[in-house]
Design a protein around this ligand. Structure first.
Ligand SMILES: NC(=O)c1ccc[n+]([C@@H]2O[C@H](COP(=O)([O-])OP(=O)(O)OC[C@H]3O[C@@H](n4cnc5c(N)ncnc54)[C@H](OP(=O)(O)O)[C@@H]3O)[C@@H](O)[C@H]2O)c1
Length: 323
């Protein structure tokens, strides 16, 4: 495994992390979840990314992670880095959604109970909700650290203005923002343009999610929607309407470039995100240990020639690919 420092901190993270948004809920195969987490840990992927609402049902990914962690990895607590988040709808009523202090503090306590952990390594505000003052959300994160419930804090998907505000407030409180999470893939380069330089200037590490555009950047949708794939699943966030001809064709062309590099498309897509040295880690989502193993092999070739980058840029230039 390769590790990078997270921004201006002393924390190193593996360049590949494992996320539990899909595939770790009660609707999924528990034994496969165990295999993926152990495969990750044994491969040096010591960073696991959770959120209160991951499942389905919401909360079940944290509960299942807790079962697996306490069953197999408890004695390795100081070798793993575990994150969780609050800010998206989690429970019914006005306090179960958004980034108020009320929601963030209660949510962190619930997540600790579900996972059975004493603390999270990093706790994130999952989004800017458009209403709650950034001061309120950041003060909740600062207090979570002061209470010993998390070691570090992070923000996710904050637009540039609120992102800068968050960094400033956290810096003033001496709880600097360790990580900023943004979606980034060959099909979505918006954060690279709008948010990464702000994070880098503020000394925050950058973690990228959905690096394979939820599976579109694997070539698996070449011949339609395979059964068992994320787009085919009722609980999957990838909608059939997002599997457009344009994206499938672009993936096919990218697959040609990957083949010439001796990689799968997924491996090349992961390497491409990591080619930006501001990125601390890319969060993998996998539905099997086999996928995980294959994706880890992306590390065998992380460098790109200028010609390859130009060819890739030409294929993904159409903004309609972005979603
Ligand atoms: N901060 C946020 O708001 C936010 C939002 C979204 C995600 N995240 C984090 O980022 C993590 C990753 O996101 P993501 O799951 O969307 O990542 P992704 O890498 O874009 O998509 C993962 C999916 O692609 C397919 N796949 C992966 N490797 C494959 C391979 N080698 N061959 C064939 N198919 C493959 C699998 O879907 P199939 O089911 O089709 O096999 C897998 O579940 C999440 O778990 C979460 O921790 C954070």
């Amino acid at each position: 495994m390769i590790y990078r420092y997270s921004g201006h901190s002393g924390v190193q993270l593996p360049v590949l992390s494992l996320g539990l948004w899909h595939n770790f809920g009660d609707v999924d195969c528990f034994d496969e979840s165990v295999r993926m987490i152990l495969k990750a840990f044994d491969s040096g992927i010591c960073h696991f990314d959770l959120a209160n609402n991951y499942g389905p049902p919401p909360g079940s990914a944290e509960t299942n992670f807790g079962r697996i962690f306490h069953g197999y990895l408890e004695s390795h607590r100081d070798e793993v880095f575990i994150s969780s988040k609050a800010g998206h709808r989690m429970w019914e009523g006005v306090y179960g959604d958004g980034c108020s202090r009320k929601n963030i503090i209660a949510s962190c306590d619930q997540s600790l109970r579900r996972t059975g952990l004493e603390y999270f390594d990093v706790f994130y505000c999952h989004r800017y909700d458009g209403v709650t003052p950034v001061e309120e959300s950041m003060q909740a994160l600062i207090d979570i650290v002061r209470q010993g419930k998390a070691l570090y804090v992070g923000i996710s998907k904050f637009p540039p203005e609120q992102q800068l505000q968050a960094y400033e407030l956290l810096r003033e409180a001496h709880v600097p923002c360790l990580l900023s999470q943004y979606r980034c893939s060959l099909f979505d380069r918006k954060a690279q343009r709008s948010n990464f330089h702000l994070a880098a200037d503020a000394g925050s590490g950058i973690v990228c999610f959905s690096p394979l555009a939820q599976g579109l950047l694997t070539g698996k949708y070449d011949g339609g929607i395979p059964s068992g794939s994320r787009a085919a699943k009722e609980s999957g966030f990838l909608k059939v309407s997002q599997v457009t001809e344009g994206r499938v064709e672009a993936a096919r062309q990218l697959g040609e470039v990957a083949r010439r590099r001796g990689q799968t498309l997924a491996q090349m897509a992961l390497a491409w995100v990591l080619n930006d040295e501001r990125v601390t880690s890319v969060i993998l989502g996998t539905s099997s240990a086999r996928q995980l193993e294959s994706n880890i092999n992306a590390l065998a070739n992380l460098s790109f020639s200028e010609e390859e980058l130009q060819e890739i840029n030409t294929i993904v230039a159409d903004e309609a690919l972005s979603f």
